[in-house]
Design a protein around this ligand. Structure first.
Ligand SMILES: [Cu+2]
Length: 456
């Protein structure tokens, strides 16, 4: 039976009201195939709501930590000030202990589909459900039927439907971190195996898709709908028709305008690279359309905030090399705390990934720059799996890429790199602080792929 699942309700937040965001445990079910279990959620009056705000407003969110562990909230896709980013320690955002509260001030500069999630023990806390969609409305875009779609996967044990049990042990350090990351066998949309998804008939629906999985790069494709991509990572782009599928990495958002065709059932397939078209999720057609697809598409054009536009010549050029520990390097396999280590020492300590030969940011910032400077980063994926590079603090512009799926000229907060691909990005530094840069395949983040940069 189809269920509304999570994210069926919406709370509208405005500048003059504090929104209570309660992190707590709930008994939940993903559907009949999986036994009920304890899931962690943000409650805003109803558990697991979509937060909607307006561009130009300020979100004031009061986190109440009712969990038994510390936590934080990261505002993914929103350009916040130092201390509000949800990364604790030297990154200056407080760790919110059990029973404590903290007020986050989130300026809503950039419209689009964004999200918020824990950034403390993130692999574990995001896997358990501590995330939610955050939509910043743009008044210039046409009003139409919308469907929020939060994609996730769940690690389970057991022998089959009805007997599956969610299995948190897969989050423990293990070889999955050294490969494609931790991936679950059970896929959900809005927390349900059989979600109720509704399209408008004879007109446009805006799908606001979010990949909240900790390790799975989805390849979404549609059947019996016309589908046009209008935004990636919240940033609107020149609309293009989605005729096959594309890489949709953890942390990323994808806005697609769809219109059902006359024949056949409208279906979204969530596949993976090389594994066919994947699990199908069918749409119902229950809502009358307010705008045609053709008219709706006219209203979308690339969003490029002036203050983020990099200068044509960079003040600094940096290289970021993503690799596994080296088996044949003369000095050693990789560095931790300034020391070269051999391959088995790194792997025994679950250090499976390196940035510029270094695991865990242990040589200090990747670069230091001043506000106003333009930094160019050549990003090389010298490995046989995907990585999703997520920039905190500033957003970046893709300047060139070896991948046909990277829209050159577009702005992003996250970029999915296919195996052995590379891209050059440029960023204009506009907010002081220490800002993380890490892989959003969270098993990679905790096994070496975490660094930072410093803006003064
Ligand atoms: Cu990675």
């Amino acid at each position: 039976m189809a269920s509304l699942g999570s994210f069926a309700k919406t709370v509208q937040a405005t500048s003059n009201q504090t929104l209570d965001l309660i992190a707590k445990a709930n008994q939940t079910s993903l559907g009949q195939a999986v036994r009920p279990f304890e899931r962690w959620l943000y409650d805003t009056g109803s558990s697991g709501a979509v937060i909607r705000c307006r561009q130009g407003d300020r979100l004031i969110a009061r986190l109440h930590n009712q969990l038994e562990v510390p936590t934080t909230v990261h505002w993914h896709g929103l350009r916040v000030s130092k201390g509000m980013d949800g990364v604790s320690g030297k990154f200056a955002s407080p760790l919110v202990l059990p029973g404590e509260t903290f007020d986050y001030q989130v300026p809503l500069r950039d419209p689009g589909t964004h999200w918020f999630h824990s950034h403390y023990d993130s692999l574990n806390q995001i896997a358990r459900g501590l995330y939610g969609p955050l939509i910043v409305e743009n008044f210039d875009e046409p009003v139409m039927h919308e469907q929020v779609m939060v994609l996730d996967d769940w690690t389970v044990k057991g022998t089959g439907p009805g007997a599956f049990e969610v299995d948190w042990s897969k989050l423990e350090p293990g070889l999955a971190w050294g490969h494609a990351g931790v991936k679950g066998r059970v896929l959900t949309i809005n927390g349900s195996i059989q979600p109720r998804l509704e399209l408008a008939f004879q007109g446009a629906t805006r799908l606001r898709m979010l990949n909240a999985a900790t390790g799975r790069v989805f390849r979404p494709s549609f059947e019996n709908v016309r589908a046009w991509v209008v935004a990636m990572d919240g940033y609107t782009c020149q609309p293009f028709e989605l005729t096959s599928s594309l890489f949709f990495g953890p942390g990323q958002r994808l806005d697609v305008l769809v219109e059902p065709m006359d024949s056949g059932r409208a279906t979204l397939f969530l596949g993976e690279e090389l594994f066919g078209k994947g699990t199908g999720f069918e749409f119902g057609l229950g809502v009358e359309a307010s705008v045609s697809l053709a008219d709706a598409l006219h209203a979308f054009s690339p969003y490029m905030p002036l203050e983020l536009r990099p200068d044509t010549s960079a003040h600094q050029k940096i290289t970021l090399d993503m690799s596994e520990p080296h088996r044949d390097h003369s000095k050693g396999a990789g560095m931790v705390d300034g020391q070269w280590q051999d391959w088995s020492t790194l792997v025994d300590n679950h250090r499976y990934w390196l940035f510029n030969n270094v695991a865990d940011n242990s040589l200090g910032p990747l670069f230091k720059g001043r506000v106003g400077e333009t930094i160019e980063v050549e990003m090389l994926n010298n490995s046989a799996t995907h990585h999703v590079m997520h920039f905190h603090g500033q957003h970046v512009q893709i300047k060139s890429s070896s991948s046909a799926e990277h829209e050159v000229g577009s702005f992003r907060d996250s970029i999915t790199f296919e195996a052995w691909s590379k891209a050059t990005i440029a960023m204009k530094l506009d907010r002081p602080g220490l800002w993380p840069l890490h892989c959003h395949i969270l098993g990679h983040q905790v096994s070496g792929m975490f660094t930072h940069y410093e803006v003064t």
